[in-house]
Design a binder for this molecule. Structure first.
Ligand SMILES: [Zn+2]
Ligand SMILES: [Zn+2]
Length: 346
């Protein structure tokens, strides 16, 4: 364990050592916004950076010219950081993908610095067009994520979220991320996160008649959207689950309620990271760069993605992802639990 702590200190130091070049790269991508499938500069800058630092780089994988795969090391486990770098039409980097791309590359470089000791393969996979078509959908269908031990990325947001559902004494905090759009002018451009939440609550209502007498599921929607004329891009709810027997609560009730939320997310479409997480164990935490009242996909958020707050989120994301990679690379028991949870569907 002490050994693992030392490796984590090493990856943190590696990110800190590269601080200036990472911020410069993030700002360069931010200043040159390229929309879905046209991310020629951003993907080349990231791929070149990794190649110049010793990664083997394949460009244009999965028949997508702006996708790439950078790898270092060999054999199992195979830990991948996913880099997004597309911008929004008109708004530029209003989703902060300059931070995502740079943080994932940075996490890859930090993990590389300890890979000699941990063994295994470190990958940075460039995934274009999250905002439009969902590049990862094509990449997943074309096998890009097959054989990975896990895939990780962190998304800048307006709050810190470690896991999309966090368990504490069977309190569930659930969030959906969709896409904002004007509800009257261009509703079809949006992805309504409130629809998913409503569907999940309906699912839970239907589930109740199949639960044991003593079981209780009750919850509230804590974020149902920001403005009536905007398709909600984010919703959140808190629930409490109770049952007389711990075993029933843990093994049965929790899984059933989470399935209600997952089914609703699939009805929504969700982020294209969802397609990755159907293939391999995956995480997609959010790191706050903006206060709660500033949603993603806005000009205000875009400006924050190039601010000190954005730089902080970039460095924090890179460190958190790289430290998680250390855990995965060094802990066979953890990998087994990940596999079991993934195969059991939670
Ligand atoms: Zn976005
Ligand atoms: Zn995004």
């Amino acid at each position: 364990m002490a050994d693992r702590d030392r490796l984590k200190e090493q990856v943190i130091a590696e990110v800190d050592r590269r601080r200036d070049e990472l911020i410069a790269l993030s700002l360069k991508i931010h200043a040159n916004p390229e929309i879905a499938f046209q991310e020629e500069k951003a993907s080349a800058w990231l791929a070149d950076y990794l190649e110049s630092e010793g990664f083997a780089v394949e460009r244009g994988i999965c028949q997508l010219p702006t996708a790439f795969r950078a790898s270092y090391g060999k054999g199992e486990p195979r830990v991948a950081f996913l880099a997004e770098y597309d911008a929004l039409p008109g708004v530029g980097h209003g989703c902060g993908h300059n931070i995502i791309g740079t943080a994932s590359a940075a996490a890859g470089l930090a993990a590389k610095a300890v890979a000699g000791e941990t063994g295994g393969t470190v990958l940075v996979i460039g995934t274009p067009a999250e905002e439009a078509a969902g590049g990862k959908v094509y990449m997943a269908a074309r096998g890009a994520f097959q054989g990975l031990t896990c895939a990780m990325m962190a998304h800048p947001g307006n709050r810190d979220v470690a896991v999309s559902y966090a368990l504490a004494c069977l309190e569930l905090n659930v969030e959906y991320h969709g896409k904002a759009a004007h509800a009257a002018a261009r509703p079809e451009a949006g992805l309504n996160a409130l629809d998913a939440m409503v569907a999940a609550f309906v699912n839970i209502g239907l589930l109740r008649q199949q639960l044991r007498d003593s079981a209780r599921v009750h919850g509230i929607i804590t974020d149902g959207g920001q403005a009536v004329n905007v398709i909600p891009h984010h919703t959140a709810a808190s629930l409490l689950l109770r049952a007389e027997e711990d075993a029933y609560l843990d093994e049965s009730l929790k899984g059933k309620v989470l399935a209600c939320f997952q089914a609703a997310a699939q009805a929504m479409g969700s982020t294209d990271m969802g397609n990755v997480s159907a293939t391999v164990p995956a995480i997609h935490p959010s790191v706050a760069v903006a206060p709660p009242d500033i949603p993603i996909h806005t000009e205000a958020f875009r400006d924050l993605a190039a601010s000190e707050a954005g730089h902080g989120a970039l460095l924090d994301s890179a460190k958190a992802l790289a430290m998680t990679a250390v855990d995965v690379l060094t802990d066979a028991g953890l990998r087994q639990r990940m596999r079991r949870e993934f195969e059991g569907g939670g």
